[in-house]
Ligand binder design. Sequence first.
Ligand code: BDR
Ligand code: CA
Length: 298
Amino acid sequence: PLPLVVDTDPGIDDAMAILWAASEPDVRIAALTTVFGNVRTDQATRNALRLLEWAGVDAPVAEGARTPLVLPPFTPSAHVHGAEGFGPIPAEAPAGAPVAEGAADLIVRECAAGATLCPVGPLTNVAAALRRSPGLSGAEIVVMGGAVFVPGNITPHAEANIYHDPHAAAEVFASGAKVRLVGLDVTNGILMDRSDMARLAERAPRLGGRIAEMADFYIDFYESVGLSGCALHDPAAVIACLRPELFDWEETPLRVVTQGEEAGRTVAGGEGPPVLVARGCDAPRIREIWMEGIARLD
Ligand code: BDR
Ligand code: CA
């Protein structure tokens, strides 16, 4: 199976991604590393531990950055993922604890040992890891983030993961590392509505039911911005690690706007090393693969 490190800020769709990875026989979760974003880093760490406990997976959780590289610290907004990250699910303390090793060191070590890295939060830990180990031993880095050819979600110009640490994202894309970008360009088209979630809860009462409860909260947000369901942002990136052929990739250098009104915008073209940007995908198949995994895990 593919050894995978998921760098994450759980988060409802992060939970959907990690539970899918736990379900998939061709993936081995080598570790989870945590970052601020949907919640603060300490809460992200607790949530990562809880997800592994829900899934019955034994893997280390390493805590990462608490603040962006350059921007000042910020307080996560509770309206998308809830105050504790899992919508209406009450925060309970995990049984386990994070390892002593920090996120960036763990990423460097696991990538050297052959892991694929899937960052689904702000790219602060990834930038730190690349400073220590340029190229990360040639590891594949499959990022959920960016909105290259479509509008943003946190501002008209920016997608949330890039917006929360644009300097880190700029470093990662300019690094020459092997980067694929799974952004809103494709994830906005991979939607699950309330009836999909009800079917999932029926097929998989325990974990599917819990996901459906979280999704109910998440979909409230999506409806407030005119969409009829929630997007499988982070699951799409994790699925892309294993099944890149389900996406159409365009090779292009990528620049990130770090200041001003358009801060966090991802811009294709220009100078710099190429990355692979997902421009299309087989959305029905990705939805199906995700649902099958969750049902299997239950
Ligand atoms: C991304 O931002 C976060 O809120 C989600 O978990 C996802 O990683 C989508 O823009
Ligand atoms: Ca996320």
